[in-house]
Design a protein around this ligand. Sequence first.
Ligand code: B4P
Length: 185
Amino acid sequence: MIIIFFGAPGVGKGTQAALLAERMGYGHLSTGEALRTAIAAQTDIGKIAKQVVDAGGLVSDDIVTKIVEETLMLPKFQAGTILDGYPRTIGQATALEEILRATGKKVAVVINITVDQETLVQRLLLRGRKDDNEETIRARFAVYEKETAPLLDFYAKMPNLIHTLDGNAEVETVYTRVKAAVESI
Ligand code: B4P
């Protein structure tokens, strides 16, 4: 089962994906986390990704898709797979379809979490990660609108795939909505 967590920066994709993975025993891949790990370890990918992530841009489709392809083969990901923050472009979504076709798998649900933008800015400033300053946050929102939001049209062509839920509530309340979406598959 492939579950995609979708939404603007800070809607809680990572928070909800981690809870679902822990409670359901599924594999959890956050491409953002994978890139931050590569940056900290100063690997070749990390060196390329650092400036892009710090500026709020998107790392190239080839790099993130390679990370996804390798991770999906791990045993932990066979019972269930949670993709958190991937795909983020039409190119990534198309690449994912190809990877899944080759392994006979399909996306089961796209969980689209929504929260108004000003609440998100406050959340991210509070989180205070290196890429959570106001200028970078605004850049990430602009990238989201231009590159990532159009993916909703991409997945809307596949019947009943998108479950949109309100992420503007306490973490456990949002989780009950996430769980209901997964159980409705
Ligand atoms: P990500 O790591 O995916 O981070 P994000 O979108 O900013 O946050 P997320 O939605 O996961 O929010 P979270 O749960 O942490 O991306 C970081 C960067 O990596 C990108 O800008 C890009 O450069 C790069 N990248 C990642 N994937 C890529 C890809 N596929 N292609 C290219 N580049 C890629 O929650 C945010 C905060 O809110 C936390 O502090 C949390 O505690 C809080 N929070 C969560 N839920 C809450 C709730 N219900 N109420 C109040 N606070 C809440």
